[in-house]
Design a protein around this ligand. Structure first.
Ligand code: G1P
Ligand code: ZN
Length: 553
């Protein structure tokens, strides 16, 4: 078979965002759209500059490839394989059926010492012909590519004039084993095996097996996404949880119409089950690519910020973290609950911008062991992505090791450390000009807010969050407008970097309550005053015409 060189033209806007290049499926289905981006990526990996000739750095390298199984995944896999072959890649490790969850891809890259991996996913965004598609590159540490690389890919994409592609026929991606595509070796691997080995090394599988033997009940909603096969293999097949423990376990191209974003709004069926009188002991869900998690007890929802704090407080009870934690990190908008635990434990606590890529340097440098975000993402040094099933197993192990329920673990935590009431209000689908103007005006107004009183609270700090990476010194500015108050409360504003339609404004509200007798207020009620401050400061209603947030979690 021959390599073809096909002329092409640059597409505007192929700049990767918070987690890779994410667009509507219809955008990705335009002729050459995916091909261009992949060529730009392969060119950069091959060592060429923005406008220079192609290099050959890939000729002795292995790449990992797989995705969350959404619509267009299988077609994209075939295209990428043919491009990889024509661009001199030595070997591709492909998840069977083109599937790999994001954390599993990270695990495979690390365990097999690959140069990196291409992950096809739009995470929690809806799938199907009218849904979203995405592609991201993870480097040899298993984590999202850094900005230098993604910017180089973008620059290359804007100068692209041709792509190289094999004209070989499609290969079998469903049967395990080694085959050839021209000179390139393709090994179709079990997508679960490497990941399961990592989980076995961290958790007390005997203890977990015993829990299920004694009748412990779990409902894990895989939301018809890629996490299903992982959860079934580990929980039902290996740990002996009854069959049916994992529901919506079969990955579907359109997620069966579900919005695979595990939060109380989108995982309503799980919430309904967990609120029933005969609810299982433990409930959990994952998102489209299985890197996010939501955990629940009977009639009890755990917020992600609290989850990170509780996990940090009890980490030593889990075999993989028996020796304690090097440090912890959270994204800036995530609540400060974990900061209090870190202080008591005497370990460093880092505050990074939104997006998992900022945790990578800290993990690589051995500065932190656990990290998390308010957006249902938690992870550790075992991979370089957040990891949904890992978090679910962590909480399972925690319940087994303490003999306590999810609710009692969280309530005890609030009692000891105080409660950080927390909520995120999303305003989706705002015209970009309006959202940009809102943020620009907030930024322009910053110098005036300090010392201003709102009810009983006074602003002690008003800024636009900027992060200087303690490992490589790089600075990321304009990461979110913060108003901090004298009682520890906060209001944060930022625009989403992962949406595909218009802009999404995220408003993060937080306040601290030390008194156990006042830790039981419904969250939105506890934060109503701060929501009013956000409205007063930003004028969201008037500017957007929206009566309230489209999602409040
Ligand atoms: C969102 C979350 C962020 C997460 C990212 C990828 O990004 O807020 O915490 O890392 O998805 O899962 P955003 O849309 O806010 O830029
Ligand atoms: Zn995800």
């Amino acid at each position: 078979m021959a390599n073809q060189t096909i002329p092409t033209q640059a597409f505007a806007g192929q700049r990767p965002g918070t987690s890779g290049l994410r667009k509507k499926v219809t955008v990705f289905m335009q002729p050459m759209y995916l091909e261009n981006f992949v060529q730009a990526l392969l060119d950069v990996l091959n060592g060429c500059r923005a406008d220079g000739p192609a290099g050959t750095a890939l000729h002795d390298q292995t790449l990992v490839l797989g995705g969350d199984g959404r619509y267009h995944n299988r077609l994209a896999v075939q295209t990428i394989l043919k491009q990889a072959a024509a661009n001199g890649v030595r070997r591709v490790l492909l998840g069977q059926g083109g599937l790999l969850s994001t954390p599993a891809a990270s695990a495979v890259i690390r365990r097999r010492q690959a140069l990196g991996g291409i992950i096809l996913s739009a995470s929690h965004n809806p799938g199907g012909p009218d849904g979203d598609f995405g592609i991201k590159y993870n480097a040899s540490n298993g984590g999202p590519a850094n900005e230098a690389l993604t910017e180089a890919v973008y620059a290359r994409s804007q100068n692209l004039r041709e792509i190289r592609c094999s004209d070989a026929s499609d290969i079998d991606i469903d049967t395990l084993g080694v085959r050839w595509l021209d000179q390139m070796q393709v090994e179709v691997i079990d997508p679960v095996a490497d990941y399961a080995a990592v989980m076995r090394s961290l958790f007390d599988f005997d203890l977990l097996r015993g829990m299920f033997q004694r009748g412990f009940t779990l409902r894990l909603d895989a939301m018809n996404a890629v996490g299903g096969p992982y959860a079934k293999a580990i929980l039902e097949n290996e740990l002996g949880a009854p069959s049916g423990t994992v529901v919506n376990a079969l990955p579907l191209e359109d997620f069966g119409g579900l919005h695979p974003d595990p939060n109380p709004v989108n995982a309503e069926d799980l919430i309904a089950h967990m609120m029933r009188a005969d609810a299982p002991d433990y409930g959990a869900a994952m998102d489209g690519d299985a890197d996010r998690n939501m955990v629940l007890g009977r009639q009890f929802i755990v917020t992600p910020s609290d989850s990170l704090a509780v996990m940090t407080a009890h980490a030593r009870l889990i075999p993989g973290y028996r020796d304690g934690l090097l440090g912890v990190a959270r994204s800036m908008p995530t609540s400060a609950a974990v900061d209090r635990v870190a202080k008591v434990l005497g370990i460093p606590c880092f505050e990074t911008p939104t997006g998992w890529k900022f945790f990578g340097n800290l993990l690589d440098a051995g500065r932190v062991t656990l990290c998390g975000e308010e957006s249902y993402g938690t992870g550790s040094s075992h991979v370089r992505e957040k990891d949904g099933l890992w978090a679910i197993l962590f909480w399972l192990n925690l319940q087994g090791a303490t003999g306590r329920s999810v609710e009692s673990l969280v309530r005890e935590h609030w009692h000891t450390y105080g409660r950080n009431y927390y909520s995120r209000h999303d305003y989706e689908g705002i015209p970009t000009v309006i959202a940009d103007a809102l943020m620009a005006d907030l930024r322009a107004g910053l110098p005036g807010w300090r010392g201003q009183a709102f009810g009983s609270r006074t602003v002690t700090l008003a800024d636009d969050f900027s992060y200087a990476d303690p490992v490589d010194g790089s600075v990321s500015a304009h990461q979110g407008v913060r108003l901090m108050f004298d009682d520890g409360a906060r209001v944060v504003f930022r625009l989403s970097g992962t949406g595909t339609e218009g802009a999404t404004l995220r408003v993060y509200l937080e306040r601290y309550e030390a008194d156990p007798s006042r830790q039981d207020t419904p969250v939105q009620q506890a934060l109503a005053e701060l929501a009013a401050v956000a409205e007063q400061v930003a004028g969201i209603r008037t500017r957007t015409g929206m009566a309230g947030p489209s999602v409040a979690t």
